[in-house]
Write a protein that binds this ligand. Structure first.
Ligand code: SF4
Length: 195
Protein backbone atom coordinates (compact mmCIF):
# COMPACT_ATOMS: atom_id res chain seq x y z
CA UNK A 1 0.00 0.00 0.00
CA UNK A 2 1.26 3.46 -0.86
CA UNK A 3 -1.47 5.86 0.19
CA UNK A 4 0.93 8.77 -0.34
CA UNK A 5 0.76 8.20 -4.09
CA UNK A 6 -2.94 7.26 -4.36
CA UNK A 7 -4.83 9.08 -7.12
CA UNK A 8 -8.32 8.27 -5.85
CA UNK A 9 -8.47 8.69 -2.07
CA UNK A 10 -11.85 7.03 -2.01
CA UNK A 11 -11.36 6.34 1.71
CA UNK A 12 -11.85 10.05 2.33
CA UNK A 13 -15.32 9.71 0.81
CA UNK A 14 -16.09 6.78 3.18
CA UNK A 15 -15.61 4.25 0.38
CA UNK A 16 -13.11 1.42 0.82
CA UNK A 17 -10.62 0.93 -2.01
CA UNK A 18 -10.35 -2.75 -1.03
CA UNK A 19 -6.59 -2.59 -0.54
CA UNK A 20 -6.74 -2.88 3.25
CA UNK A 21 -5.02 -5.86 4.86
CA UNK A 22 -7.19 -5.64 7.95
CA UNK A 23 -10.77 -6.67 8.63
CA UNK A 24 -12.76 -3.45 8.84
CA UNK A 25 -15.45 -5.10 10.96
CA UNK A 26 -12.87 -6.33 13.48
CA UNK A 27 -11.43 -2.82 13.71
CA UNK A 28 -14.89 -1.29 14.09
CA UNK A 29 -15.53 -3.68 17.00
CA UNK A 30 -12.19 -2.84 18.61
CA UNK A 31 -13.29 0.78 18.85
CA UNK A 32 -16.21 -0.31 21.05
CA UNK A 33 -13.81 -1.25 23.87
CA UNK A 34 -14.52 1.23 26.71
CA UNK A 35 -10.84 2.16 27.19
CA UNK A 36 -10.42 2.82 23.50
CA UNK A 37 -13.68 4.79 23.42
CA UNK A 38 -12.39 6.94 26.26
CA UNK A 39 -9.19 7.75 24.36
CA UNK A 40 -11.01 8.36 21.09
CA UNK A 41 -13.54 10.69 22.69
CA UNK A 42 -10.93 12.59 24.67
CA UNK A 43 -8.81 13.03 21.53
CA UNK A 44 -11.85 14.22 19.59
CA UNK A 45 -12.57 16.90 22.17
CA UNK A 46 -9.20 18.48 21.35
CA UNK A 47 -10.09 19.10 17.73
CA UNK A 48 -13.84 18.85 17.16
CA UNK A 49 -16.25 21.81 17.06
CA UNK A 50 -13.68 24.19 15.64
CA UNK A 51 -11.01 23.55 18.27
CA UNK A 52 -8.44 22.16 15.83
CA UNK A 53 -5.46 24.48 15.82
CA UNK A 54 -6.46 26.34 18.99
CA UNK A 55 -4.20 24.38 21.36
CA UNK A 56 -0.46 23.84 21.11
CA UNK A 57 0.94 20.36 21.66
CA UNK A 58 1.68 20.87 25.34
CA UNK A 59 -1.82 22.21 25.95
CA UNK A 60 -3.23 19.22 24.10
CA UNK A 61 -1.20 16.80 26.24
CA UNK A 62 -2.37 18.49 29.43
CA UNK A 63 -5.98 18.50 28.31
CA UNK A 64 -5.82 14.90 27.11
CA UNK A 65 -4.29 13.85 30.43
CA UNK A 66 -7.05 15.66 32.33
CA UNK A 67 -9.74 14.10 30.15
CA UNK A 68 -8.23 10.66 30.73
CA UNK A 69 -8.15 11.24 34.49
CA UNK A 70 -4.39 10.73 34.58
CA UNK A 71 -2.73 11.79 37.84
CA UNK A 72 0.96 11.24 37.24
CA UNK A 73 3.03 12.15 34.19
CA UNK A 74 6.49 10.78 33.51
CA UNK A 75 8.64 13.18 31.48
CA UNK A 76 11.50 11.51 29.61
CA UNK A 77 13.75 14.29 28.37
CA UNK A 78 17.08 14.85 26.67
CA UNK A 79 19.57 16.54 29.00
CA UNK A 80 20.24 19.06 26.19
CA UNK A 81 16.69 20.33 26.63
CA UNK A 82 16.76 20.45 30.41
CA UNK A 83 15.90 24.16 30.69
CA UNK A 84 12.76 23.61 28.61
CA UNK A 85 12.00 20.32 30.38
CA UNK A 86 12.07 22.22 33.67
CA UNK A 87 9.49 24.64 32.28
CA UNK A 88 7.33 21.73 31.13
CA UNK A 89 7.60 20.13 34.58
CA UNK A 90 6.47 23.36 36.25
CA UNK A 91 3.60 23.87 33.82
CA UNK A 92 2.39 20.31 34.33
CA UNK A 93 2.63 20.63 38.10
CA UNK A 94 0.72 23.92 37.98
CA UNK A 95 -1.92 22.05 35.99
CA UNK A 96 -2.37 19.66 38.90
CA UNK A 97 -0.28 16.65 37.87
CA UNK A 98 2.36 14.80 39.79
CA UNK A 99 5.47 14.75 37.60
CA UNK A 100 8.46 12.44 37.49
CA UNK A 101 11.09 13.96 35.17
CA UNK A 102 13.98 11.73 34.16
CA UNK A 103 17.02 12.81 32.14
CA UNK A 104 18.45 10.57 29.43
CA UNK A 105 21.75 10.55 31.38
CA UNK A 106 20.21 8.95 34.46
CA UNK A 107 22.40 6.26 35.99
CA UNK A 108 25.70 7.94 35.07
CA UNK A 109 26.70 5.26 32.59
CA UNK A 110 29.53 5.91 30.11
CA UNK A 111 29.35 5.53 26.34
CA UNK A 112 31.92 2.71 26.36
CA UNK A 113 29.71 0.84 28.83
CA UNK A 114 26.61 0.82 26.62
CA UNK A 115 28.30 0.74 23.20
CA UNK A 116 30.80 -2.09 22.72
CA UNK A 117 32.18 -0.30 19.63
CA UNK A 118 32.96 2.90 21.57
CA UNK A 119 36.05 3.86 23.60
CA UNK A 120 34.55 7.19 24.71
CA UNK A 121 34.30 7.39 28.48
CA UNK A 122 31.91 10.34 28.66
CA UNK A 123 28.42 10.08 30.06
CA UNK A 124 25.98 8.44 27.68
CA UNK A 125 22.31 8.65 26.99
CA UNK A 126 20.81 5.65 28.77
CA UNK A 127 17.36 5.04 27.28
CA UNK A 128 16.96 1.63 28.93
CA UNK A 129 17.71 3.07 32.36
CA UNK A 130 15.53 6.10 31.66
CA UNK A 131 12.64 3.77 30.81
CA UNK A 132 13.23 1.57 33.86
CA UNK A 133 13.38 4.61 36.14
CA UNK A 134 10.08 5.93 34.81
CA UNK A 135 8.49 2.48 34.97
CA UNK A 136 9.39 2.31 38.68
CA UNK A 137 7.27 5.41 39.34
CA UNK A 138 4.15 3.98 37.66
CA UNK A 139 3.16 7.03 35.62
CA UNK A 140 -0.23 7.12 33.92
CA UNK A 141 1.29 8.80 30.86
CA UNK A 142 4.84 9.11 29.57
CA UNK A 143 5.82 12.21 27.58
CA UNK A 144 8.98 12.10 25.46
CA UNK A 145 10.91 15.27 24.93
CA UNK A 146 13.81 15.30 22.49
CA UNK A 147 15.14 11.77 22.83
CA UNK A 148 17.81 10.90 20.26
CA UNK A 149 16.92 8.95 17.13
CA UNK A 150 17.35 5.26 18.00
CA UNK A 151 17.32 5.88 21.74
CA UNK A 152 13.65 6.79 21.40
CA UNK A 153 13.01 3.38 19.82
CA UNK A 154 14.79 1.53 22.65
CA UNK A 155 12.93 3.64 25.20
CA UNK A 156 9.53 2.87 23.65
CA UNK A 157 10.29 -0.83 23.24
CA UNK A 158 10.92 -1.15 26.96
CA UNK A 159 7.74 0.54 28.18
CA UNK A 160 4.12 -0.57 27.94
CA UNK A 161 2.60 2.66 29.19
CA UNK A 162 0.50 5.22 27.29
CA UNK A 163 3.11 7.43 25.65
CA UNK A 164 3.23 10.52 23.50
CA UNK A 165 5.86 12.85 22.07
CA UNK A 166 6.08 16.53 22.96
CA UNK A 167 9.33 17.32 21.11
CA UNK A 168 11.06 15.44 18.28
CA UNK A 169 14.79 16.05 18.15
CA UNK A 170 15.94 17.64 14.86
CA UNK A 171 19.00 19.71 15.72
CA UNK A 172 19.54 21.60 12.41
CA UNK A 173 15.88 22.56 12.14
CA UNK A 174 15.03 23.88 15.60
CA UNK A 175 13.35 20.52 16.26
CA UNK A 176 10.88 20.97 13.44
CA UNK A 177 11.41 17.96 11.13
CA UNK A 178 9.01 19.38 8.54
CA UNK A 179 11.65 21.96 7.65
CA UNK A 180 14.18 19.19 7.03
CA UNK A 181 11.72 17.25 4.88
CA UNK A 182 11.15 20.32 2.68
CA UNK A 183 14.88 21.08 2.31
CA UNK A 184 15.86 17.48 1.54
CA UNK A 185 13.03 17.16 -0.97
CA UNK A 186 14.16 20.30 -2.74
CA UNK A 187 17.76 19.06 -2.87
CA UNK A 188 17.05 15.50 -3.99
CA UNK A 189 14.06 16.04 -6.26
CA UNK A 190 15.26 19.36 -7.61
CA UNK A 191 12.01 21.24 -7.06
CA UNK A 192 11.69 24.51 -5.22
CA UNK A 193 8.63 24.41 -3.01
CA UNK A 194 6.55 27.51 -2.23
CA UNK A 195 7.45 29.19 1.06
S1 SF4 B 1 -8.16 4.93 -1.27
FE1 SF4 B 1 -6.92 3.20 -0.54
S2 SF4 B 1 -4.87 3.50 -1.43
FE2 SF4 B 1 -5.99 5.43 -1.63
S3 SF4 B 1 -5.41 6.63 0.17
FE3 SF4 B 1 -7.28 5.53 0.70
S4 SF4 B 1 -6.63 3.61 1.64
FE4 SF4 B 1 -4.85 4.48 0.59
Amino acid sequence: MLCTHCKHHSCRQLESCGAEAFDREVVRKEYQDPAIQSAVQTAAQLVDNGRAGTLNRLQEIIEFARGSDYQKIGLAYCYGMEADARKVTELMRQSGFKVEAVSCTTGAIAQDEINTASSIHNVSCNPLGQAAQLQSTSPDLVVMMGLCMGHDILFQQKLRIPMTTLVVKDRPNSHNPLLGIRDLYEQQVGLTLPR
